[in-house]
Ligand binder design. Structure first.
Ligand code: NDP
Length: 352
């Protein structure tokens, strides 16, 4: 049943405030002002990649709302490149829903240096999971892609319809091609077998559980770590790559988790849907914010001999906003809580 076709009786509803609650009488198309209306149905969800940044936030959200239950397996328990083992796991647990938050993920350098792993492993992981989910007749599935699947020169903000309309950014083309093949496999399962599966395209994500490794981290955790270390050591200056002028968008992982749990029941379309804040800022502004939060009082220098990358990457999030979802955590709030988490995890020796 498509979301827009729902007719509502006396249901409970899952809202973006993260609670399952009674909301009184909604209109007959099933929408309510404060969020998206979903039928109160318990799902047993297999969260693939539940130890990662996104997967762990989805697990926290499932547990805090209490409507669904989840299952998962660490890499030691289940290598998702092992097709037979994935089929066995899916057959044993028989989930109602699958969220594919497992992938080989990394920053520019890792993407550029290891195209074979980014292409081959990601295709294996997502294909094994989808084929096994089909065999086990899994009703609901969300595949997590990435905004880097869009063409390098896509008009900004990037609309969902930009997919496959131009050349990809060369540095992460292997990863992007793997993710595009995942989107296409979801669409193929919809077309050939009528599966109500879908894909979400998140913007840059950050939050507790992120990868802070200087060699493989994304820009935001890399900056948090760099400024923290400079602040602690009393360094006079921090030098950053590029001019600082490229613009980027950042979404807190807890907001993404809420969006994914909405999409698994509330979005039944073949088009992969963007998930972001719809707001971007210059990397220079981000660096200043992080310098303040980490109490770094020295000078920020820019090494303009280093590449800048794409000048702007901002998602058009009007489609998901029109369905009723919007991000809730401001960048400032998210940076402060993530920094607190990082400092505690560093002290406890629990960073990954
Ligand atoms: P993480 O690296 O934090 O988590 C990925 C998880 O997948 C890890 O737990 C990893 O295990 C697991 N995994 C990978 N390969 C295998 C395998 N062969 N067998 C078993 N487990 C495996 O990534 P994120 O949480 O950041 O990303 C999750 C999804 O969200 C990805 O699809 C990514 O493309 C998407 N996304 C992420 C963004 C971001 O900014 N982080 C932005 C946009 C999209 P292990 O730790 O053992 O490697």
């Amino acid at each position: 049943m498509a979301f827009a076709d729902l007719r509502i009786g006396d249901y409970s509803f899952y809202t973006f405030t993260g609670k399952c609650c009674k909301l009184g009488k909604p209109n007959d198309r099933g929408k309510v002002k404060s969020g998206i209306l979903m039928p109160d149905k318990h799902l047993k969800i297999y969260v693939a990649g539940h130890k990662g940044l996104v997967g762990s936030a989805i697990v926290r959200q499932i547990e805090s709302v209490g409507l669904h239950t989840w299952v998962g397996a660490t890499r030691d328990q289940l290598d998702l490149c092992d097709r037979t083992a994935v089929f066995d796991f899916m057959g044993e647990h028989k989930p109602d829903g699958v969220i594919i938050a497992a992938a080989k993920v990394g920053g520019i350098a890792a993407n550029y240096d290891f195209p074979v792993e980014f292409l081959s492993e990601n295709i294996q992981v997502q294909t094994n999971l989808m084929d096994a989910a089909h065999k086990s007749d899994v009703e609901n599935l969300v595949f997590l892609g990435s905004s880097c699947i869009y063409p390098k020169f896509a008009p900004q903000p990037i609309n969902e319809d930009s997919l496959l309309t131009g050349e990809l950014e060369e540095t992460n083309a292997a990863y992007a091609i793997a993710k595009i093949s995942g989107v296409k496999l979801v669409q193929a399962y919809r077309k050939e077998y009528g599966r109500k599966w879908t894909s979400a395209m998140p913007t840059n994500i950050f939050g507790p559980g992120d990868n802070f490794d200087p060699q493989s981290s994304h820009v935001l955790p890399a900056l948090l770590r760099k400024f923290h270390e400079a602040s602690v050591s009393g360094a006079q200056s921090v030098t950053l790559w590029g001019s600082g002028s490229p613009r980027r968008e950042f979404l807190h992982v807890d907001d993404l988790a809420k969006a994914v749990l909405f999409l698994i029941r509330g979005y039944d379309q073949a088009t992969a849907i963007n998930v972001g804040t719809g707001v971007d800022l210059e990397i220079r502004e981000l660096a200043s914010l992080i310098a303040q939060i980490t109490r770094f009082n020295g000078q920020i220098k820019w090494d303009a001999s280093k590449p800048d990358g794409t000048q702007q990457k901002l998602l058009d999030v009007s489609r998901i906003n029109n369905l009723g979802w919007t991000s809730e955590i401001t960048l400032d709030q998210g940076l402060k809580s993530t920094y607190e988490w990082f400092v505690n995890a560093l002290a406890a020796g629990t960073l990954r």
